[in-house]
Design a protein around this ligand. Structure first.
Ligand code: PMP
Length: 458
């Protein structure tokens, strides 16, 4: 059956014309990789771009086309691609050895740097990814509290391990996603991200809640916004009912501010999960938090207190090359205005996009917080003024409700015009985007809207 997205679309034709090298590689990839990809959010029809190299805020595909990049290494690249100081640290570390199967000096310096920057981190345990970090945070919380369940918010994303697999894009009723057993989801309590009374009620009535975990600026870096006040209430409620508060700062850490969302909001959780910027664009994650909780990983303290230690091996924990990149990146972020610059670029893009939407008479809106840019695609055709749009007044189902074929077409159209948006659709600004990049992005956005109009989509 012909795919309606692909037929009779000037956008798709223009994309194909510009990217034959990517199309050829996608054909080959389909033979060896499910859907030809390695991360669900890289799924794009008719095919996604194949990137050859990147520098600063730009990347180039295999056909030599340049894109202003808003994927930013899935959020890892606040300092852009190939920051010279980070790259020098990586080269030096890689030359010294990529894996010692032993302790090494860089992990100590890396941990010290994280503790210096992240208010809640009294000690740190490194993992290989954000998914592993949230898995460890949960295990620590359960061990520490001796309770089985935990609260998550519908739409909030915390990686792909079994406890986190449903409830961010679908399965909001708490049923397990395919491949996950019922016993796991029985211990996950999903609450509304927009109604604090639901969490309050759960904490008041269920004494088996070990922790509440949230993305502190809201689902997908503010796609469904969560306010500082909401997180402050979570702090109060969890303290009152003896549950731990976990901030998943895999995206927001070292991004909203050098100390993450917790520093920007002035709310200190018991545990914090980190990844992405933490490792300077290389693989890495961490759990930081209160000493008495992290002590569950400590051999001697566990023996002294006659309790079983939480186990945690991991071949690539605190890999020395990731550690080197992380130290270099975090020191730059600590000692520069990188977060402020990225936040200012995010705000500029949101404002300019809304002006363009108004000028083009498109009833969508750009919104977000800090360096994040999201597009509200108005699935119910509500009458809105883009520049006055308030996402916090819209329910999460409507904010998340986007026609995936329209998101894809918008991404293709922006790519044709030299910009790589993520699936939000939108992106994360880095500290390296210049005014010229932002202007080009605004022009590409306007042109993409016009292409969508010509395709009959708007
Ligand atoms: N938590 C959040 C808030 C994330 O955005 C992500 C990744 N996008 C993760 C956890 C999982 O991190 P990773 O992809 O490193 O496993």
């Amino acid at each position: 059956m012909p795919d309606p997205l692909l037929s009779n679309s000037q956008i798709v034709s223009a994309y194909r014309e510009k990217t034959p090298g990517s199309e050829a590689l996608a054909g080959e990839a389909g033979d060896v990789l499910p859907s030809g990809i390695t991360h669900d959010s890289r799924y794009l029809k008719p095919y996604a771009l194949y990137i050859d190299r990147a520098s600063g805020p730009h990347k180039w595909d295999v056909d030599g086309n340049r894109y202003v990049d808003y994927f930013g290494g899935h959020g890892a690249l606040l300092l852009g691609h190939g920051h010279p100081e980070v790259m020098a640290a990586v080269a030096e570390a890689a030359a010294a050895g990529t894996h010692f199967g032993a302790n090494h000096p860089r992990e100590v310096e890396w941990a010290r740097q994280v503790i210096k920057m992240v208010p809640s981190a009294e000690k740190v345990r490194f993992t290989s990814s954000g998914t592993e970090a949230t898995l460890m945070a949960l295990r620590l919380a359960r061990a520490y509290k001796g309770r089985a369940k935990f609260v998550r918010f519908k739409t909030h994303f915390h990686g792909w391990h079994d406890h986190m697999a449903g409830g961010y894009a679908n399965h909001f009723d708490g049923t397990p996603t395919t491949g996950v057993i019922q016993g796991i989801s029985n211990n996950v309590v999903l609450c509304s991200p927009q109604d604090i009374s639901e969490v309050r009620q759960v904490l008041e009535t269920d004494d088996d809640i070990a922790a509440v975990i949230c993305e502190p600026t809201g689902a997908s870096f503010g796609m469904v916004p969560m306010s500082a006040e909401f997180t402050a209430e979570l702090r109060e409620l969890t303290s009152k009912h003896g549950a731990l508060l976990i901030f998943d700062e895999v995206v927001t850490g070292f991004r909203c501010s050098p100390g993450g969302a917790q520093q920007a909001y002035g709310v200190t959780p018991d545990l914090t999960t980190l990844a992405k910027i933490l490792a300077g664009g290389l693989p890495g994650g961490a759990v930081g938090g209160r000493l008495d909780i992290l002590e569950y990983l400590d051999f001697e303290r566990s023996a002294e207190l006659k309790r079983e230690k939480v186990q945690h091996p991991g071949t690539y924990n605190a890999n020395p090359v990731s550690a080197a990149a992380g130290i270099a990146a975090l020191k730059i972020i600590e000692n520069s205005d990188a977060c402020d610059k990225a936040n200012a670029s995010g705000a500029w893009l949101r404002g300019r996009f809304n002006e363009i939407l108004e000028a083009e008479n498109v009833p969508w809106a750009a919104y977000g917080s800090f360096s994040g840019v999201h597009l509200f695609m108005n699935p119910e055709g509500a009458s809105i003024r883009p520049s006055e749009f308030k996402a916090e007044e819209v329910d999460y189902q409507t904010l998340k409700n986007k026609r995936s074929d329209l998101v894809m077409k918008l991404r293709l159209a922006t790519a044709v015009n030299g910009v790589d948006f993520n699936n939000s659709p939108g992106g994360q600004a880095s500290a390296m985007h210049t005014q010229e990049d932002l202007d080009l992005t605004a022009d590409a956005f306007r042109e993409a809207l016009r292409m969508l109009k010509r395709d009959g989509e708007l």
